[in-house]
Design a protein around this ligand. Structure first.
Ligand SMILES: NC(=O)c1ccc[n+]([C@@H]2O[C@H](COP(=O)([O-])OP(=O)(O)OC[C@H]3O[C@@H](n4cnc5c(N)ncnc54)[C@H](OP(=O)(O)O)[C@@H]3O)[C@@H](O)[C@H]2O)c1
Length: 353
């Protein structure tokens, strides 16, 4: 990986420079496409990133001085006006300490870096930060939300000027469906279309809050471009969320476009599922499918369990210049079509039909 020589900016430079962590990820990739009005330096970890007028430095947020030598660290700090911290371990099944090392210790290091740079820290958290485990299902999956909650606390108590941004579940680009990596929601849709989700242990009327990646990027970029120095923003659909049954209907509709017809999963009360149906149903599944269904249930149980509507800062964000949220059903349809085309699901289904 090439490391650019970073020179402190001269007083005449007018474009602002932002250090972006997590640029190869779902949010970071979309943000990189959106932040065209600024010079961007990416702290890259394992996956490289490229883009017009994008520079990169190889580093690791979990390491002292971000894994850089002291000279590079100081030159980098002298080069940036703002820090957007997207890097995180987002695999909520991790139990190897990497959630803590990256999400908490990594955030401590980014706070120290922002202080050294005299820059505002734009910290990307999650709208699921207040999530708590409910019973056994989701007990592992909660580690991610807990690490993000502690990271927020690190930022809040740091004394560094900061803005906390809390995106909801991120889906693909609203126009193309493109996304750096398929997410839990894609896996759930895949399970439904494979016919291995005969029931969903939730109330059909509960909201499912998601936001397209380009909208999340636009919201963050507006806050950074407007040089907002404090506050907390929920990048969520809020009242505009689909109901669970509406989202399932979109998935089934996309399946039908490719000639796939599966039964609509039944919504069953969570306690009935836990006590009576779940154990029998799960026991009867073959090992690999059971593991996949259990992961889906953990995702549902931990992050979609609540019937509450998430708070949303869309009005404030639109006042900062963010584009309005596109139609939720249409965005989901676009995302699932992209998933179907990219994974070969579409051509397999069409051949089988
Ligand atoms: N995706 C969502 O639905 C969602 C929803 C709400 C909030 N968020 C938040 O948004 C942020 C970005 O999430 P995402 O979905 O874009 O994540 P992602 O796709 O899993 O990407 C994670 C990014 O973090 C980088 N990274 C991981 N460990 C690192 C380390 N030790 N040092 C430096 N970089 C490291 C990765 O680089 P390498 O790949 O090179 O390791 C990658 O660029 C996270 O803070 C997440 O909590 C995401």
């Amino acid at each position: 990986m090439s490391v650019e020589i970073l020179e402190p900016r001269g007083p005449s430079t007018s474009r602002r420079t932002v250090l972006l962590t997590g640029a190869s990820g779902v949010v970071g990739r979309a943000l990189l496409d959106r932040l065209t009005g600024m010079d961007v330096i990416c702290l890259v970890h394992r996956r490289p990133v490229t883009g017009p007028s994008v520079r990169s430095v190889a580093g690791d947020v979990s390491q002292h001085l971000l894994g850089l030598d002291e000279g590079t660290y100081r030159r980098l700090a002298a080069s940036v006006d703002a820090v957007v911290h997207c890097a995180a371990v987002t695999d909520f099944n991790r139990t190897d300490g990497s959630l803590q090392a990256t999400n908490i210790v990594g955030t401590e290091h980014m706070v120290a870096f922002a202080a050294e740079a005299g820059a505002v820290l734009y910290h990307v958290s999650t709208a699921f930060v207040g999530t708590t485990a409910d019973g056994d299902r989701g007990r592992t999956a909660i580690g991610y939300a807990e690490s993000k909650a502690t990271a927020e606390e690190v930022v809040r108590t740091s004394g560094v000027p900061h803005v906390i941004l809390r995106p909801s579940v991120v889906i693909g680009d609203s126009a193309t469906g493109a996304i750096a990596e398929f997410q839990g929601l894609h896996q759930v849709a895949a399970g439904i279309l494979a016919g291995i989700v005969p029931m969903i242990p939730f109330d059909a009327s509960w909201p499912i809050d998601f936001v397209p990646a380009d909208v999340v990027a636009d919201a963050i970029a507006c806050v950074v471009e407007q040089q907002v120095r404090s506050g907390e923003y929920w990048i969520t659909a809020g009242e505009r969320s689909l109901r669970l049954d509406e989202a399932v209907a979109v998935a089934l509709e996309v399946g039908r476009e490719y000639g796939v017809r599966v039964d609509r999963p039944k919504f069953v009360p969570p306690d009935l599922f836990d006590r009576l149906i779940g154990p029998v149903f799960l026991e009867a599944l073959p090992g690999k499918i059971r593991r996949s269904v259990v992961r889906m249930l953990e995702f549902f149980a931990t992050y979609l369990r609540s019937g509450e509507t998430k708070p949303s800062s869309l009005t404030e964000l639109e006042a900062l210049g963010m584009r309005p949220l596109p139609d939720q059903a249409e965005s989901l349809r676009t995302s699932l079509r992209y998933w179907a085309e990219e994974t070969g699901y579409a051509s397999r289904a069409e051949r089988a039909a």
